[in-house]
Design a protein around this ligand. Structure first.
Ligand code: SAH
Ligand code: DHB
Ligand code: MG
Length: 221
C-alpha cells in the first residue's frame, strides 16, 4: 500500500460523499499563497471533526492550534446556531490569514481567535471562567500535548470530548528513545490519557492525503 493509494482513496471519499466546496478550496489556496505550511487536517479528517462536534452535541469548542483556520471552519460548520469556537494561535501571520479565511467561510461570528502562546491563552480562559468546553481539539506544538491535556481537564466537564491530532506520526510513536520532541509529544498524549482515570480514550490510525498518522480521542468520565 502506498501514499498514492491512500490519496486516491481520500479523493474517492471526498468525491463520493462531499458536495463540491469552493470555499474550502479557496481557504487552502489562501494558505498556500500566504506561505503557511500545508499541515491542516485533510478534508476527510475535517469532516470527521465536524461530525464529532455534531455527534457530541457540542456548543462550545476549544481549538489549540489554528493555522489558517481550516479545521476551525470544519468544526464551526458542525455547531448549532449560537455555538462558538475559541481557537488559539501563536503566530500573528497565521492568525491574520485565519481571520480572512473565517470571513470567507461566513463563520467569523462563531469563532473567537486568540493570538499568543496557547499556555498563556489557556490560563486567561481559566481566569475568565470561559469553560466548560464541550469538545477540545489539540493540534499545536506537540511537546506541549501533556500541558494542553492538563488545561483541557480544567476547562471541561464530565462528557467533554478531547481530540489530539498527530499522535501516530508514521508509527514513530513507538520510538521511546526520547530523541524526537514531536514523538515525545505523541507519547505524552498516550501517557496522559492512559494515566488519568477520569479519561476514557482510544486512538485511531489514519492514512490518506496527509500520510500515516492518527487522532487520540477521549471522553471525560
Ligand atoms: N488545526 C490546524 C492546523 C494547526 S498546525 C488545521 O488542521 O487546519 C499547528 C499550529 O499551531 C500552527 O499554526 C502553529 O503556529 C501553532 N502553534 C505552535 N505553537 C503554538 C503555541 N505555543 N501556542 C499556540 N499555537 C501554537
Ligand atoms: C505538523 C503539525 C500538524 O498539526 C500536523 O497535522 C502535521 C504536521 C508539523 O508541525 O510538522
Ligand atoms: Mg495536526
Amino acid at each position: 500500500m502506498s501514499k498514492k493509494v491512500w490519496t486516491d482513496v481520500d479523493d474517492y471519499i471526498v468525491s463520493s460523499l462531499f458536495e463540491a466546496d469552493p470555499i474550502l478550496e479557496a481557504v487552502l489556496a489562501a494558505n498556500r499563497d500566504q506561505g503557511l505550511p500545508a499541515i491542516d487536517v485533510s478534508p476527510a479528517q475535517g469532516k470527521l471533526l465536524s461530525l464529532l462536534v455534531r455527534i457530541s452535541g457540542a456548543r462550545k469548542v476549544l481549538e489549540i492550534g489554528t493555522l489558517g483556520g481550516y479545521s476551525t471552519i470544519w468544526m464551526a460548520r458542525g455547531l448549532p446556531v449560537g455555538g462558538k469556537i475559541v481557537t488559539l494561535e501563536l503566530e500573528p501571520h497565521h492568525a491574520k490569514v485565519a481571520h480572512s479565511n473565517l470571513e470567507r467561510a461566513g463563520v467569523p461570528d462563531k469563532v473567537e481567535l486568540r493570538i499568543g502562546p496557547a499556555l498563556q491563552s489557556l490560563e486567561t480562559l481559566a481566569a475568565e471562567n470561559a469553560g466548560p468546553f464541550d469538545l477540545i481539539f489539540i493540534d499545536a506544538d506537540k511537546p506541549n500535548n501533556p500541558n494542553y491535556l492538563s488545561w483541557a481537564m480544567r476547562l471541561s466537564r464530565p462528557g467533554t470530548v478531547i481530540i489530539c491530532d498527530n499522535v501516530i506520526r508514521d508509527g514513530t510513536v513507538l520510538n521511546d528513545d526520547g530523541r524526537d520532541a514531536y514523538v515525545e509529544g505523541a507519547r505524552g498524549a498516550f501517557s496522559f490519557i492512559g494515566g488519568d482515570k477520569r479519561l476514557d480514550g482510544t486512538a485511531i490510525q489514519t492514512v490518506g492525503a496527509k500520510g500515516y498518522d492518527g487522532f487520540a480521542i477521549a471522553i471525560i468520565e
